[in-house]
Every structure is written in structure tokens, then in C-alpha cells.
Design a protein around this ligand. Structure first.
Ligand SMILES: NC(=O)c1ccc[n+]([C@@H]2O[C@H](COP(=O)([O-])OP(=O)(O)OC[C@H]3O[C@@H](n4cnc5c(N)ncnc54)[C@H](OP(=O)(O)O)[C@@H]3O)[C@@H](O)[C@H]2O)c1
Length: 327
């Protein structure tokens, strides 16, 4: 049996260790990818705490494996795959991505331009799929809409800011609890930044300030931001870093005819994921090339430094993505 190095959860306090595990076999619809780098996500931390169990069709490895996204080069392809020759540079949201090799259904792969470094490409798939799906699907975004992104400096949020600008938002307001992140958010494309350590969102913006919100925080932040929504605004609830319970003003929700839409990749079928990737593939060259919807890499670690990388994910100064170098 062929072995490879992979990051796995185990040992004291569910720490991460690099282990020798069986290399994946390639099914007829799959492509074997030599992973160059893998992005880390909040969900990786939640998985090792035991509070998140992935169940989407993009997780096809044992649950002790770590990682949701990667970039690398095609080594070989299954019998039913065309269009992914050996050496092709690709990225994907796929389970167990922090490993030397992953087997990925070809309908989940996205092509990467040579100009994008592996560290940047590896940190893109999850954030881009999340925000693209939230904006173009759940929120029915239209060019000219005004967009609010909470937690805008995060690994997912800053891609939401860039994507909203690229798709033609007229304004993009981003929130952060740190004034020090204003420059980073402006560079990402925010037209206005709300420092939530100093003010609430509704009091800073007033009513009728946004048509679409990508909310990565939930809790009291969600309750507050309703006061800044325009009539008919669509609020996509993506993450709950500020709390998974909220006391909402339902009179306001009704009076402004707001739509609150939850989303997750958990439980998504293969068909749903393939359709989302197919949709994104049409826009991808334009988004990456013309608009530079690529991630800021906050920090890059070797696979053996995964624990330090995990710690970095929880640090207040985080701006963009934490990435592991695999090859
Ligand atoms: N639904 C889905 O399909 C999906 C997919 C991917 C991710 N997610 C979720 O989306 C959320 C954001 O992910 P991410 O990778 O962007 O996280 P991240 O990189 O950790 O960044 C989130 C940002 O939120 C702010 N924040 C953190 N804790 C906060 C708190 N208690 N109160 C207020 N603000 C807080 C921080 O910004 P400041 O320090 O600048 O305030 C942080 O930079 C996570 O909950 C993640 O699990 C959901």
C-alpha cells in the first residue's frame, strides 16, 4: 500500500499531527492532485473541537483528516475524466486537503492561472465558493446593490468585499472591531469601514444603508445590523462568530420586508456542489484576471507547523488567510 503524509486530528487535546496514511485511490470521476498548499479555515478548528461535522459531498475522507481547500497539480485522472491532464494547475474545496495527495471529483475542480501563487490559490476555494454562492445565489445580488460585509477582514469576509466590488456593487461597507484593519479593508475594495469597537452598525450607517448583507458574525451584530437594512434587503447568515443566538426586532424585519437566509455547505448534495462550481467556472477567469478576487495571505506555515498555524487563526490581528505549505 502506498503511503503519504497527511495532517490528522488525534492525541492529547485533539492536537494535529503529521501522520503516514494510505494514499487515495482514484475513482473513475476523480482526479488525483499533488497538493502544493492548503488553506486553513475556522471549520478546521471547530472540527477538532468536535463541534462541526462536515457532511457535504465534498468530504470523502475519514473525519480525522484536516483541511477543506487546496491548490496543486494534477498527477493522474480517472477513466471518465477529460480536460484535466497531468500537470494542470487546479484548486478545490475538498475534505482532507492538508495532505500530499487528494482525490477530487473533477466537477469540483477550478482551474488556476499560472500567475496565482499556490499559497494564494490554496486559500481561495472555500471563501470564494461561500461568498459567490451567498451573493449570486441566496442574496440574488444585482449590480448597483449596496453591500454590507460583517467580519470583513476575515479569511472569508475579505473575499466577500472583493467579490462584491467585482460584481458591481455600488458601495461595500465592511465591519471590523479594529481600526488598524481599515487600510486592509479599503485596499480590498471597501468604500466605507465601520469600526464596531467604537460604534454600532445601525447607529454608524443609519437606516436604508444596504441592500445585501454577508453576515459572518451573527449574535448581537446581526440584531444590530437589521437597523441599517434598506426595504427588501437580503441578509445571508454565513457565520456565527459573535454568537449563535440573536434577539431580533421582528417588527423591523416585517416593516422593511427583510429576508434572512441561512447557508452552509453541510449536507449539500454532489449535484448541488457541481452546479455551484459549474456556475463559478463561467465567471472565474474574469474574477481572477480582471478584478483580482484573490486572497490576502495573512501567514504561511509548513505542514509541520500546523499547530502554530491553528493558533494564528484565532489571533485578533488576522487579516486574510492562513495557509499551510504542503510540497
Ligand atoms: N456558511 C458557510 O458555508 C461558511 C463557509 C465558510 C465559513 N463560514 C463561517 O464564516 C465565518 C467567518 O469565517 P472566516 O474564515 O472569515 O473567519 P476569520 O478569518 O476568523 O475572520 C472573521 C472575522 O470576524 C471577526 N470576529 C471574530 N470573532 C468575533 C466576535 N466574537 N465578534 C465580532 N467579530 C468577530 C474578526 O474580525 P475583526 O477582529 O476585524 O473584528 C475576524 O477577522 C466563520 O464562522 C466560519 O465558520 C461559513
Amino acid at each position: 500500500m502506498r503511503l503519504m503524509r497527511a495532517l490528522v486530528t488525534g492525541g492529547p487535546a485533539s492536537s494535529w499531527t503529521v501522520a503516514e496514511v494510505p494514499a487515495p485511490a482514484v475513482a473513475p470521476d476523480e482526479v488525483l492532485v499533488e497538493v502544493a498548499a492548503a488553506g486553513l479555515n475556522r471549520a478546521d478548528l471547530l472540527m477538532r473541537e468536535g463541534s462541526y461535522v462536515p457532511s457535504g459531498a465534498d468530504w470523502n475522507v475519514p473525519l480525522e483528516r484536516v483541511g477543506f481547500e487546496m491548490a496543486g497539480r494534477v498527477r493522474s485522472a480517472g477513466a471518465r475524466v477529460t480536460g484535466f491532464p497531468p500537470g494542470r494547475y487546479v484548486m478545490a474545496q475538498t475534505g482532507g486537503a492538508c495532505a500530499e495527495l487528494v482525490a477530487v471529483d473533477h466537477r469540483l475542480l477550478l482551474n488556476v492561472p499560472a500567475s496565482l501563487a499556490p499559497a494564494s490559490a490554496a486559500g481561495l476555494p472555500s471563501a470564494l465558493l461561500t461568498e459567490y454562492d451567498a451573493l449570486t445565489g441566496a442574496a440574488e445580488f444585482r449590480p448597483g446593490d449596496r453591500v454590507l460585509v460583517t467580519g470583513g477582514a476575515g479569511g472569508v469576509g475579505h473575499i466577500g468585499v472583493r467579490l462584491a466590488r467585482a460584481l458591481g456593487a455600488s458601495t461595500v461597507v465592511a465591519t471590523s472591531r479594529s481600526q488598524a484593519k481599515t487600510g486592509f479593508l479599503r485596499e480590498a475594495g471597501a468604500t466605507h469601514v465601520v469600526d464596531t469597537s467604537a460604534t454600532g452598525i445601525a447607529s454608524a450607517l443609519g437606516p436604508d444603508a444596504f441592500d445585501v448583507c454577508l453576515d459572518h458574525l451573527g449574535g448581537a451584530v446581526l440584531a444590530d445590523l437589521l437597523g441599517a437594512a434598506a426595504p427588501g434587503a437580503r441578509i445571508v447568515q454565513i457565520g456565527r462568530l459573535a454568537g449563535d443566538r440573536a434577539r431580533l426586532d421582528l417588527e423591523l424585519l416585517a416593516a422593511r420586508r427583510l429576508r434572512l437566509i441561512g447557508t452552509t455547505f453541510r449536507g449539500r448534495t454532489a449535484g448541488e456542489l457541481h452546479a455551484l462550481v459549474a456556475h463559478l467556472r463561467q465567471d472565474l477567469p474574469h474574477l481572477l484576471g480582471t478584478h483580482g478576487v484573490t486572497p490576502a495571505v495573512d501567514s504561511l506555515f509548513d505542514l509541520a507547523e500546523a499547530e502554530r498555524a491553528a493558533e494564528r487563526l484565532t489571533r485578533p490581528g488576522l487579516m486574510g488567510k492562513v495557509v499551510l505549505r504542503i510540497a
